[in-house]
Design a protein around this ligand. Structure first.
Ligand code: UD1
Length: 355
């Protein structure tokens, strides 16, 4: 049994970790293809090192570009890779340009494609991720859904026959890393001289929040005005846009900082008073760690975090301030993102062991 995983961007490396471990444990020949969409060491290499992922077997080195150029370069390069390896399954992850490129290439070569994290929808057609996930779900042969809500979305689109509910592999890796870092102080706290529980962790990188200078300026000003230090773990996109438009990312309570390695991020979130983000994954990580989250978006794919009271959606600077100072939500035993054993289920489904 041979599975080719195609990954390229930071959140995909996190999801790849438990899959790689489960595949190796099951004796699967697991080939890892890195498209090169993310190439900065802090967005790529540290995840392979810290999360014990096997080195990529193939690196396409496509780098950055417009959506068409980036996706097209991957498509052109993947045909030869799939032709050489002829796997039983191509496994694609999430909703990035690397996901849709690999799904399209494989389906056209009649190689079975499985989509991990299938069925998520924001219903916002301005988001590149929404195009990528809808197109990938409709191209794929097997839809590995993380949640009941995702299963329902796929059913509405006529895709039930290809859908299997496996749980969320991000829960697997998060629980493992949370246990590893438990009891060790967050390196960020030492470095910046923060008080445990006395700061917020922020990430902002979506084009809708970064590319319009007045929007980015409003978010930066809103974060700079909060009553506790706000550590902005700045993705290269936000750094570049802020520099281009003369917007300070360190001002008032706002402190810009390079992105963190995964264990350091989890340790920082655990010690924080709350998270402010437009990332998909971080909303869920905050929920799983029971840290209140304030999401700077008009909608979320992870609706359970909002329904259970641990996440609020905000837009203006005033709403950000109201979000972070709201009362701590009531605790819950609900586990909409699974039990931390999703990756083993994924491999069992792909190898036919679960049938
Ligand atoms: C991509 C995903 C997004 C995911 C995010 C996680 C798509 C459409 N979007 O967005 O869903 O949430 O990854 O981080 O696939 N850059 C660097 N170094 C890098 C990579 C990017 O400097 O290693 C800069 C480049 O200027 C590039 C920009 O960041 O143009 C955006 O990178 P890109 O890969 O196009 O999308 P992300 O915003 O990272």
């Amino acid at each position: 049994m041979k599975i080719v995983s195609v990954v390229g961007a930071r959140p995909q490396f996190v999801k790849l970790a438990p899959i790689d471990h489960a595949a190796r444990a099951a004796g699967v020949d697991h080939v890892i293809v890195h498209t090169g969409q993310h190439y900065d060491p802090m967005l790529s290499d540290v995840f392979f090192d810290d999360l014990g992922i096997s080195k990529p077997d193939v690196h396409l080195g496509v780098g950055s570009g417009s959506h068409g150029v980036q996706t097209g370069s991957m498509l052109a390069a993947l045909d030869a890779v799939f032709d050489e390896h002829r796997p039983d399954w191509v496994l694609v992850y999430g909703d990035t340009n690397s996901t849709v490129a690999a799904a399209l290439s494989a389906v056209k070569m009649h190689i079975p494609v499985a989509h991990l994290e299938a069925g998520l929808r924001s219903f916002n057609r301005r988001m590149p991720e929404e195009h990528n996930r809808v197109l990938t779900d409709h191209a794929a042969d097997l839809l590995l859904a993380p949640t009941e809500v995702a299963v329902e979305h796929l059913a509405h689109e006529g895709l039930s026959a290809r859908t299997v509910l496996v749980g969320d592999v991000m829960t697997d890796v998060l629980f493992q890393v949370r246990d590893q870092v438990a009891g060790t102080p967050s390196p960020l706290i030492d470095e910046l001289g923060l008080e445990p529980g006395g700061f917020y962790v922020a990430t902002i990188h979506r084009p809708d929040n970064t590319d319009d200078p007045s929007r980015l300026a409003e978010i930066a000003a809103g974060l700079a005005d909060l009553g506790k230090p706000v550590v902005l773990l700045a993705h290269p996109r936000v750094v570049a846009r802020a520099a281009a438009h003369g917007i300070a990312l360190t001002q008032g309570s706002l402190i810009a900082h390079a992105p963190l390695a995964y264990p350091d991020l989890i340790a920082a979130v655990v010690s924080s008073a709350g998270v402010v983000t437009d990332s998909g994954g971080l909303q869920k990580e905050a929920f799983l760690l029971r840290v209140p989250c304030t999401t700077v978006r008009t909608e979320t794919e992870w609706v359970e975090t909002v329904q259970l009271g641990w996440n609020v959606l905000v837009h203006t600077a005033q709403e950000i301030a109201a979000g972070v100072t709201r009362e701590k939500p009531t605790d819950t035993d609900e586990a909409p993102y699974g039990d931390g054993h999703a990756a083993a289920r994924v491999i069992a489904v792909l190898t036919g062991d679960s049938r």
